[in-house]
Every structure is written in structure tokens, then in C-alpha cells.
Design a protein around this ligand. Sequence first.
Ligand code: A2H
Length: 255
Amino acid sequence: EGIGPQEYTGIKMEVCEFPEAAKTDLASVDLNGKKVFMVAATLRPETMYGQTNCYVGPSLTYGLYASNIPDEYFICTPRAAKNMAFQKLSAERGVVTELAQLKGEHLVGALVKAPYSVYDKVRVLPMETVLATKGTGVVTSVPSDSPDDYATLADLRKKCEYYHLNPEWLKNDPVAIIETKAYGKMCAETLCQKLKIQSPKDVKQLAQAKELAYKECFYQGVMIIGEFSGDKVEVAKPKIRADLIAKGLAFAYNE
Ligand code: A2H
């Protein structure tokens, strides 16, 4: 991290249902005949089978932007929209066309499509640790393989009343998608227990878990779901990424 460019995959999560607060933010925009996507930036496209939710930073500001594809709009941070404009991902190259601004917390509860996931549509939830300075500000949640996602889902489940979340939005359980000798089929859960991670605030242990998960699950892991089941994760990753892009479900995004 921080050294050289990051090659993300922008996952296009089509919005099927906006919460009332987001509808108010978007009131001045004509969305007739348009498709709106929340764009999640991931370094692990091979984990998309296990998406259970989508996270936004509740206190961050997002925008609705005209994309390079006619009638398709993207939701991401203004910072990401600017980067995208210089990667031929905006309506006009180098130009950011912002149609509306949305508060992150207004997106909580939105229903979005999750490409390749065993859960066809998933709910948007708040994640306090989403940074405005990285990716698109939208993080797709894969609690089987991301310790951050696992810790946040566990925390939200414990405090769903406090956060005013519908318990229905938290019902999707982690999915076994990758197996390793060291951590079994749920590496994030195993590591969170091993390192005694209690909440998303345990940043030091989470950083350690993240590193261990990457080393073990990325370099030693074997896919146990999908078209490349049985293949090493390292081998499956570029193939799954290429397929997602070829199907129009994702695009390359660098920063
Ligand atoms: B990853 P790096 Cl299964 N704020 O995707 C906080 N985290 C962000 C973010 C932001 N603005 N934008 C992206 N991310 C997350 C999948 C995944 C990820 C798995 C396992 C590990 C993992 C599912 N979530 O990342 O600092 C996204 O989560 C571990 C690092 O640029 C993205 O990939 O290295 C990753 O962090 C990018 O973080």
C-alpha cells in the first residue's frame, strides 16, 4: 500500500431500491431510463461470490456521476469521480459531470445487485472505517475473507438497534468461497477469533489479520466455489476479473 499504483476492480452494483433519504438527495435528477450503480473498489475480485452487503462511510459525501456508458450513472466519492474522468470512465474525458450529491448515511438500506454473489441483491450498510482517500468510498462486504468486513458485520449485528438498522439487512451469513490449510473455509472469522478482534476499533489486530489473510488466502488458498473451483486463488483471480469486465459487471480502476 502506498508503493506504486493500486490496480482496483470497480464492481458495478446496480441500485434496485433507494431509501427515502437518498430519493430526496436525488429529487432534482431525472432517473427515467437510467441505470445507477454504486461502484465498489476491490483488490480481490475473486471473492465476489461471497458478497453479503455493501458498505459506505455514513459521514462521507458521495456524488452521482455520468459514466462513459450512455444512461449509466455511478455513485462514488468526488475524489474517485475525478480519477475516473482521467481513465475514460466519465461521460466526457477529463470532465466530471456531477448530477447530485448524496450523504453516505442516506444510502444505508439501499438494495443493490451484487455481481457473482450467491446473494443476488444485498443491502447497503454503514462502515465507520471507510476512507474518503482510497478507492471509491464504496466497499463490497465479503465477511468470509476480509477481516474488516467480518468485524464490521459482527459489530452491526450486535448493535443494530443502536444504529437503527433493520435486522433483515444483516441476515446474510458469510459464504465459504476459499479454503486454506491454515485457516479453513472462513479465514476472516478464524483470524478474528485467533487475534481476539472484538470490534472494528481493534485497528492494530485488524491490520495484522489483513496481512495474514492476504498471505495465506491469496497465495495458498484454493477456490471452492464458481467456475474456477479447485484452482489456486492466485490463478483464478485474473480470470474472474477478466470475466467480470467482459460481462460489463466491472471495470479496471487505478489510483
Ligand atoms: B477489499 P488497500 Cl475479501 N476504505 O475487497 C477502506 N477500505 C477500503 C476502501 C476505503 N475507501 N476502499 C476499498 N477498501 C477495501 C474485498 C477484500 C478486500 C477482501 C479481503 C481483503 C480486502 C472485499 N471487501 O482488502 O488499502 C477493499 O476491500 C484488504 C486490503 O488499497 C479493498 O479490497 O490495499 C481494499 O480495502 C483496498 O485496500
